[in-house]
Ligand binder design. Structure first.
Ligand code: LLP
Length: 425
């Protein structure tokens, strides 16, 4: 097996059995920066961002969901590409402003905004705060009145559209904590329209994450348009409809060929009803921009047969990538230096060093016999990877590197033990 073979999104490929990110061998990055290491392809990020912008109708806002990956260098790249930001806390608002997102392209969604976070959003004059309860609207109204500042608000509606995804990331059914019922949304918008310091500008929904089918998104867009039209008939003209994020990516390698056209299809599907009704469009993609752009590089420390199992104990754990244990998520794992497929004879559980049975990256994956020092790349780790990492078990958060063709930029240093003491006495 030699030559070049495209893997994943095309920016991670084998040349002569060595896995590269763009034009740098991953083994070289591991040698320079150590492991575990998050490695991102700049070209993939920019291409995905452009895929959204290319299909978006004029005036539409593509607000990147900062929660998927809030690395400042990545945020800067996306701000420069022309995207806006969807933030969910004061911290993410801080990161978005720091990265240079224009305030008029920042949307603040989230169920529990605190008074100081609302103040910060008003200080920055962002595009809108998306309200998720009557109490929250009252809180925003009180702060706006006290500041005598007109505040643009949207209301997040729960459209009660069930979707096929992991239950922890399905958000748009009525048993979920997110948004308000359609009836409440109408009444909150009417209340806001009568308030001297509130200006209702939009309705929003986010039905869940890692959703592969397009029809639920069209249903949600149709639903929001219907609601906006209903408000228009009672004299309240909204400016935009925000369809949220949620477009899934193909985690399994068999499906890797079907990829970026999906973004175009999704944008077209949500834009059509919104545009036809004459509203502006807001989208909040996270995963579909950044998941496939990143791998987590890890090194085999030990192997051990135990009972019927073969374990490969690696230097990355659930604190670095939580998705496999939290959602039973499947991430492809490939050898950085590839050896013959014919010898893929052993089924390994790839586990970390953490004291939890749930500390695994993958189970029962076929590999040739693995040895200490072998490097593995965990694919589609760009979204909700580093973002959900922690210091559990006294482990240091990994470094992050952004690859641009033949140049690697260290965009976050690996933590040191002093981070474990930061802020303590
Ligand atoms: N907008 C809102 C209001 C959201 O809550 C989310 C994600 C997004 C946009 C972006 O959704 P995306 O396009 O990335 O699907 N930690 C989970 C995903 C949680 C998603 C939470 N909300 C995971 O690792 O799968």
């Amino acid at each position: 097996m030699s030559g070049t073979e495209l893997v994943g999104n095309g920016r991670f490929q084998y040349h002569n059995d060595q896995l590269y990110c763009e034009n740098i061998p991953l083994a070289e990055l591991a040698a320079t920066y150590g492991t575990p290491l998050y490695v991102y392809s700049r070209a993939t990020i920019v291409e995905n961002a452009r895929a959204f912008l290319a299909q978006a109708p004029a005036g539409a806002l593509v607000c990147y969901a900062v929660k998927a990956n809030g690395n400042p260098a990545i945020l800067r790249l996306l701000a420069e590409a022309g995207l806006g930001a969807d933030v969910t806390s004061g911290g993410e608002l801080f990161l978005a402003l720091h990265a240079g997102f224009a305030p008029e392209k920042i949307i603040y969604s989230g169920v529990g905004k605190l008074p100081h976070e609302i103040q910060a959003a008003l200080d920055a004059n962002i595009r809108a705060l998306h309200v998720e309860s009557a109490m929250e609207l009252a809180q925003i109204a009180a702060i706006a009145s006290q500041r005598q500042q007109v505040v643009s608000i949207g209301v997040r509606v729960n459209p009660n559209i069930p979707v096929e995804t992991h239950p922890y990331i399905s958000t748009g059914a009525k048993q979920h904590k997110f948004g308000v019922s359609p009836e409440t949304a109408v009444s909150l918008i009417q209340t806001a329209a009568q308030h001297p310091w509130l200006k209702p500008v939009g309705v929003a929904a986010h039905i869940g994450s890692q959703i592969q089918d397009i029809p639920p998104f069209t249903a949600s867009a149709d639903f929001l348009v219907g609601l906006a039209d209903e408000l228009a008939s009672s004299g309240i003209q909204l400016e935009y409809v925000d369809v949220g994020g949620g477009l899934g990516v193909a985690y399994e390698s068999e499906k890797w060929e079907v990829k970026s056209e999906k973004i175009g299809q999704w944008v077209a599907a949500v834009a059509t009803p919104v545009q036809a009704a004459g509203y502006g469009l807001v989208m909040e993609p996270g995963r579909s921009i950044i998941a496939a752009a990143g791998v987590l590089l890890t090194q085999v420390v030990y192997t051990k047969p135990q009972g019927v199992k073969q374990f490969a104990i690696v230097d990355a754990g659930m604190n670095d990538l939580l998705r496999p244990t939290l959602y039973s998520a499947h991430h492809e794992i490939l050898q950085v230096r590839r050896t013959s497929e014919v010898r893929r004879t052993l089924a390994y559980d790839i586990v970390g060093p953490i004291c939890e049975t749930g500390d695994f990256l993958a189970k029962e994956r076929l590999f040739p016999p693995l040895a200490s020092g072998d490097l593995l790349a965990v694919f589609h780790a760009g979204a909700y990877g580093f973002a959900m990492s922690s210091n559990y078990n006294g482990r240091l958060r990994p470094a992050e590197v952004l690859v641009d063709d033949t140049t690697a930029h260290l965009i976050r240093q690996r933590q040191t033990y002093s981070h474990l003491l930061a802020g303590t006495e």
